[in-house]
Design a protein around this ligand. Structure first.
Ligand code: LLP
Length: 432
């Protein structure tokens, strides 16, 4: 099986995190998102442990909560001692509602409004990651009004293209995020920030992109950033005490994707960073990283009920399910590949070639094309693996299709963490 939290039981049913998926679908209905809590905790422990072991006690991974955001996840990562990155006041509110210690949180985003900034400060957010002059001015002014000194990192673009999907590559100079180093703009931006009375500049941030399987792009980014830290020390007499290298570690969605040994990857990156710090005569900054997808992706799975199975003679077969781009828009948006199987026929051969369609009134609403699964029929269960990241958080209620519930599995026990979105929920904000 693709990951070791997936198996097949004596009934020929798919199991996930030790529970029978057919039972889960009967109990909670479909579409249904299952989350393996122990797996998330295991991933978080790997990140927290490896960062400290290889980069030093102060180093920390921040969970990029855009990957999967609901109150329960902030509770889990808080219990495991992981910090978070949030990108909007909505994520901030959710974290606050979950009782997350916001002193440890980092407020990202390329366009924070003055209201967002004030809200973050009122909730006692630890750090802002600023994305431009306007934000620096606003943070400084609002911090002054509140009588605080706000800690800030500056998002810089190192000019790296990690060669993943263009839509999820964010470290290039031509990008809406960050201030470019190579055009000389970053230096002016840093110098400007250092003039601000109510800002404590803590260091720099960069993020190269997502689904990066090699350590090389991270090492390349670190090279540029450490060389730049050395340059800024000479040019401006400022030492960056934090270097945040962003997120982006890849995840195994299909058999052809490699396994990633997170611990080993971090060890390699840390050795590279230590070497470069020595070479450039820079005191090793506190290293932060922001793993989102790799913290939660393989902890998630989605179950659908099969509806129509249509074979177009001499051409292809369409299998339609009761969810689709509303709960997982990633195939529609990025052509992302997933591994699927018919959960109640898991021990049958996967020899039926088909395209999986969602239930939206839109031809592009597909979950996969030309994949092989067990031959399905109406009311069978289709399981899609590795849906923990960027599925629920990107879900919509297009066509007034409700977002699925989230059921958390821990030590063989299931509990409802997010209930299914109802029709009443959909009209709740609509006035007569
Ligand atoms: N830090 C920053 C500043 C980011 O922009 C991102 C992702 C992350 C961390 C987390 O990256 P991860 O470890 O999850 O790859 N919706 C797209 C992904 C967009 C990611 C945007 N930024 C998808 O479904 O693939």
């Amino acid at each position: 099986m693709l990951h070791d939290n997936l198996s097949i039981n004596q009934l020929g049913h798919l199991t996930f995190a030790g529970v029978d998926t057919v039972d889960m679908a009967k109990k909670y209905g479909t579409p249904l998102m299952l989350i393996d809590e122990n797996r998330i905790r295991q991933r978080v422990r790997t990140y927290v442990g490896a960062m400290k072991k290889y980069f030093g006690e102060d180093a920390a991974p921040l969970y990029a909560s855009k990957a999967l955001c609901f109150k329960g996840i902030y509770k889990i990562v808080a219990e495991e001692g992981m910090s978070v990155d949030i990108v909007s006041p909505g994520e901030l509110y959710t974290a606050a509602q979950a009782g997350f210690p916001l002193k440890k949180a980092y407020f990202h985003g390329n366009n924070k409004t003055d209201e967002d900034i004030a809200y973050g400060m009122d909730l006692g957010i630890g750090y802002f990651i600023s994305d431009g002059y306007e934000e620096i001015d606003s943070i400084d002014r609002i911090a002054g009004e509140k009588g605080i000194k706000q800690r800030v990192l500056l998002r810089l673009t190192p000019g790296i293209d990690p060669h993943t999907n263009a839509k999820i590559s964010t470290g290039k100079v031509d990008c809406k995020f960050g201030t470019p180093i190579e055009t000389g703009q970053a230096e002016k931006y840093i110098a400007y920030t250092l003039t601000k009375q109510n800002i404590e500049l803590m260091g720099f941030h960069c993020h190269i992109g997502s689904q990066v399987f090699d350590t090389e792009p991270f090492c390349d980014a670190a090279d540029i950033m450490i060389k730049y830290i050395a340059h800024i020390e000479k040019a401006l007499g400022y030492h960056a005490s934090i270097l945040n290298l962003g997120g982006g570690i890849g995840v195994r969605y299909v058999e052809s994707d490699p396994y990633i040994d997170i611990d080993e990857n971090l060890r390699l990156v840390s050795e590279h960073i230590k070497m470069r710090c020595e070479e450039f005569g820079v005191k090793m900054p506190t290293i932060l990283m922001e793993p989102g997808r790799s913290t939660v992706a393989d902890s998630g799975m989605t179950l659908y009920t099969v509806g129509t199975v249509k074979s177009i003679n001499d051409y292809k077969s369409y299998v339609s399910v009761d969810g689709g781009m509303t709960d997982n828009p990633r195939y529609t948006l990025y052509g992302s590949k997933y591994t699927m199987m018919v959960a109640n026929k898991a021990n049958q051969p996967a020899d039926f070639k088909c395209t999986i369609g969602g239930r939206c009134c839109e031809s592009g609403d597909l979950l996969a094309e030309d994949i092989y699964i067990q031959k399905p029929q109406r009311n069978d269960l289709l399981a899609v693996f590795v849906t923990g990241a960027y599925n629920y958080s990107m879900a919509s209620n297009y066509n007034r299709i409700g977002r699925p519930p989230i059921v958390i599995i821990k030590d063989g026990a299931d509990r409802l963490a997010v209930r299914r979105e109802t029709f009443e929920d959909m009209v709740l904000r609509e006035l007569d």
